[in-house]
Write a new protein. Sequence first.
Lengths: 320, 377
Amino acid sequence: MSTADLETESPTSPATSMASSERRLGDSIFSWLSIGSGLLIFLTLAAVAVFLTTESLPAIVASREFSGTADFSLVQYALPLVFGTALASAIALVIAIPISIGIALFISHYAPRRMAATLGYLIDLLAAVPSVVYGLWGGIWLVPKLEPLYVFLNTYLGWIPLFAGEPTAPMRNLASASVVLAVMVLPIITAITREVFLQTPRLQEEAALALGATRWETIRTVVLPFGRGGVVAASMLGLGRALGETMAVLMILAPGATFSLHILEVGRHNSIAANIASKSAEASGVEMSLLIFTGLVLFVLTFLINAVARWIVARSGPKS
Amino acid sequence: MNPRKNQLVSLAALGFAAVIALTACGGTADGDSGASDDSGAVGGGYAELSGNLAGAGASSMANAQTAWTETFKGLVQAEGGDITVTYDPTGSGTGREQFLSGQVKFAGTDAALDEEELAASIAVCGGEQAFDLPVYISPIAVVFHLEGVDSLNLTPEVIAGIFAEDITTWNDPAIAELNPDAELPGTAIVPVHRSDDSGTTENFTEYLSDNAPEAWTHGPIETWPIDGGQSGDGTSGMISAVESGNGTIGYADASQAGNLGTASIQVGEEFVDFSAEAAATAVDVSPREEGRAENDIVMELDRTTTEAGAYPIVLISYLALCGSYEDAATGDAVKAYASFMLSEQGQTVAQENAGSAPLSEELRTEAQAAIDDITVG
């Protein structure tokens, strides 16, 4: 958006017309550098797309869908993985978004300034923890701790499909993976949401307070509507991380390939990235190509989600 | 990464070839005399080794390879040579692929090269076929975690029944009958399998399908055939899954069994616990696979053996080598390193660091003869 604004402004702006008449060397070097950096992104993205497509071609050509004879099917292989990836990420977001908004509001509107700074710093630190460490922590420490909760959910809320089924210890199930994913996406969502909330026009907030609104009413009527687009964008970034997360899922989840909604059952789901990581060590030939195909699916999926997120942000962004 | 390594190798090889050319054929004569000495100490010829030697393949022998490459480097340096051997545990399939495309000079693999691969090897092996040598034998333990029980006697049928999910509780009569002294609780059995494709799974299921084809109907497979259930990624994932549950049972490289209970399995009339010796015995009583070249040593593991003291749930990993190496430096390095791995010292190093079972002397002698026959230059 901001680049678009600049472009529309530049022809009329007197500063740029002056600069263009007597261009300095530094200016042109810098402009080429930045254009180069911008192009590099496209090139990298294109290179990845080309790689994924060409490398997955052997599997696509040999699959049952195209050759009619092979003993493996692209859809049958990839769809449960897509389902598992999407379900794990969705649950992670459902857990993470409310908590993130809570933390962000606390930092931006409730906490004393010094505490807010410390808390913000801690949240950012959480983003710097490598995913392997989250995987170890989740697999060894968290999974046994969650067991009583799962048994409770299964016994008393088992009539909800999500909590139905027969959970068996160790609880290396999708729910555990989602909880760890939620912790991992929390810092991203919180950081962006906090920044957006801090951008709320001061005058609007003061106007709300002047009309007699309480702090909560101010947040509900001014801050949240203003930040809605930002929250959506932040969530989508978090979703991106959750979708592609590999190590933590790999180390926590006992995988399976079904469309089961029973997130407490073990060996029912798997994510695309974790599946690639675990299978690629011993895969070769068409098998490898099939794994790369699932990578392509994830690539497209992430692309689509980003597009949808942009569309939502554009539609519901701040109208000021 | 690999092409660059290869450039280095060939650069070093060029330099080495020059040295060889200057010193005439003294170097090769040395190599021969050193190699024919099969007592285990492969001394001699190390001083002239230099450069880099790259291998890749099975992750099963990754720990052993780490120990081998380090010890070997030390030995060579002690004699004044300087060589770096690297082993990339990319997996058996990838390792064989890289070997057949010439990216690496040797490969470790859980499955021996098949006919097609042997034929393809001629192109990269200077006109001679590649061959396999057994280099790493590892017993696979049946591990379980059940409170109050440390050891169990199990027959192949019962193990198959458990993993096929037909036997579902620990106090099932089939288990109780075999273990009259154990106090078996009514806990549900949770079988744990490997979630990644694994040579361990393949060897384990081959044992099940050879010994209990009626209870295990899925045949020998790399990818677990039963949907769902507990699983772990890699040996460590498997062990941690078995450890953190109760009533869990799995199979893993014996060196990683740790504090878990292990099952003694029925062989003939008796129950045998896993040990390096028992695993080596099982390999020794197995015939060689027929229809292969003289130097291509591949074992046809006899999983149904009734030999006393043999433990037939064993994983054998092979070393794939070229029949000839055009480049003298590479060839000498490969021969020296392979001889080292198969020497008594090499096998002991692997046993200490990776918990493998040392190859018998007979097998080592045969393998050494095959290495000596590699033509170099």
